[in-house]
Design a protein around this ligand. Sequence first.
Ligand code: GDP
Ligand code: MG
Length: 205
Amino acid sequence: MSDDERCEEYLFKIVIIGDSAVGKSNLLTRYARNEFNPNSKATIGVEFQTQSMLIDNKEVKAQIWDTAGQERFRAVTSAYYRGAVGALVVYDITRTSTFENVGRWLDELNMRSANRVLLLIERFNFPVNEKSHRNDDDAHSDTTVAKMLIGNKCDLESIRAVSIEEGKSLAESQGLFFMETSALDSTNVSTAFEMVIRDIYGNIS
Ligand code: GDP
Ligand code: MG
């Protein structure tokens, strides 16, 4: 291996989305710092955390963004989604409403990441119709954003409200990876993040 190869570095932006209190912040602190916070407090201040892993002997850094509580006001900004190449869409397996809202989060993700395409087209004044917009959206979201559906809090089996099968089938129908996790007892947390990071890496190399 040459020195060039050894020094190669990658930085991927990944966003975590989903309803309030599904465990997004705790998934991130569990993955990045191996910490868990039992008190539900809106995350304020920290925009993202960075975690590195080695793939093919290359340093791959994931810059993982947390919503900082904005989801309560449906005010996640475009800046949050801008440049993201991976997304974790999280629901809480004990609250059906958070699972039912997954579609809304996916729509928002697809729409926001497609905004850039629309702006670009508008700036250059291409004659485009509704249909070609939609095709651009599809191409963009399929090719560049690695997505995983996460059913979090799987330690709370006794009060489960969404079955594993429901999660799996939603993920399959939307073309997403799927995993159940627990930020509390660490089940599948690193595995989930690393699967997304490996997928992004696989798409570009
Ligand atoms: P966010 O609003 O999506 O960022 O959710 P938080 O990470 O703030 O978590 C909301 C609440 O759920 C907190 O009280 C956490 O302690 C709790 N929580 C988060 N993840 C888990 C988990 O995997 N298992 C259990 N039992 N509780 C969790
Ligand atoms: Mg949070």
